[in-house]
Design a binder for this molecule. Structure first.
Ligand code: ADP
Ligand code: MG
Length: 329
């Protein structure tokens, strides 16, 4: 087992939430309409994700956790137009170097599901047939069991669970037609549920509560001039009084990102309308031609970069100003 692989993995996955985000993106890429998450000890003991997506072909299982194994990048041209979330083929490989990974999966062409475990990139034994539904279950156990320094640097399991719930909530708001649930191991109550039929307001309500959901207006920029970009989302009205600050929810081409210049521009637009210290709720999905987006940022850095950012941000901010002045009565 190579120390280099372990160290590389520990740089990509620094907390349970990083592993979960990668796995949720895989489930969404696989066309899942339900994603169920189970968490024990903040995801450090157990992090399990069950989806009803396409499943994984049995013939792909031997190399599933090898580095750079991806089913999402077929030609060189794909490199400049990556529509799906991941493309590096590194997530599952990394996780398998710092945790025990068990995959149970069934495609619609198979009569049964196949279950197999991985360690350090390698499949352990042969897949075993087992009863199961179409889709994939990925069980991650004992995350960082071989990276004691990382384990020590993490705070409490409840902090890690909070990060997980925040991330699931953000994906749930953006992923229409996908239902989500998240549960703590051994508890009968869900920590979070969103129905797959829910519209965006119901999603916001499920995640952030009725107060946030009942003070929303739509922010829609159908065409950002000449750039083939668009943006759509929900933002709070001026009646919204925010008790806990929710950092803006930005997706670019359905990838959860942070974008400081966009955040600053939108907060600035609100600042003349809102009482001091009152933070608006902002959810925005921006669609940009993939070749304009820099997707090669480091996995733990979510700050996105894209071309024509000033024009795009300015047009979104000015649309926000219009929308707010209309509800400023
Ligand atoms: P990437 O997403 O960048 O391709 P990953 O390491 O995240 O790399 O996943 C490797 C491959 O495993 C994916 O390309 C996909 O083919 C398969 N895979 C992973 N998770 C799932 C899932 N939940 N459903 C179907 N296929 C999956
Ligand atoms: Mg992936």
């Amino acid at each position: 087992e190579s120390v280099v692989n372990k160290i590389a993995a520990g740089e990509i996955i620094v907390a349970p939430v990083n592993a979960l985000k990668e796995m949720m993106e895989n489930s969404i890429d696989a066309g899942a309409t339900t994603i169920d998450i189970l968490v024990k000890e903040g995801g450090l003991k157990i992090l399990q994700i069950t989806d009803n997506g396409s499943g994984i072909d049995k013939s792909d299982l031997p190399i599933l956790c090898q580095r750079f194994t991806t089913s999402k990048l077929k030609t060189f041209e794909d490199l400049s137009s990556i529509q799906t979330y991941g493309f590096r083929g590194e997530a599952l490989a990394s996780i398998s170097h710092i945790a025990r990974v068990t995959v149970t999966t069934k495609t619609k062409n198979e009569a049964c599901a196949w279950k197999v475990s991985y360690s350090a990139g390698k499949m352990m034994g042969e897949p075993k047939p087992i009863a199961g539904r179409d889709g994939t279950i990925i069980l991650v156990e004992d995350l960082f069991y071989n990276v004691q320094s990382r384990l020590r640097s993490l705070r409490s399991p409840s902090d890690e669970l909070a990060k997980i719930l925040d991330c699931v909530g953000r994906y749930a708001i953006n992923s229409k037609n996908v239902g989500f649930s998240c549960k703590k191991f051994g508890e009968s109550q869900f920590a979070l549920t969103v129905r797959n039929e829910a519209d965006v307001r119901e999603r916001v309500q499920a995640v952030f509560g009725r107060g946030t959901a009942s003070n929303l207006i739509e922010l829609e920029v159908p065409e950002i001039q000449g750039l083939g970009a668009s943006a759509s989302g929900q933002v709070s009205t001026l009646n919204f009084i925010n008790k806990k600050s929710i950092s803006p929810i930005f997706f670019i081409n359905n990838r959860l990102v942070t974008c400081d210049p966009l955040r600053r521009a939108l907060y600035q637009t609100y600042s003349s309308h809102l009482a001091k210290g009152n933070r608006p709720f902002i959810y925005l999905n921006v669609t940009i031609r993939p070749e304009l987006v820099d997707v090669n940022v480091h996995p733990t850095k979510r700050e996105v970069r894209f071309l024509h950012d000033e024009e795009i941000i300015e047009q979104i901010a000015s649309q926000l100003a219009d929308v707010l002045s209309n509800c400023d009565t």
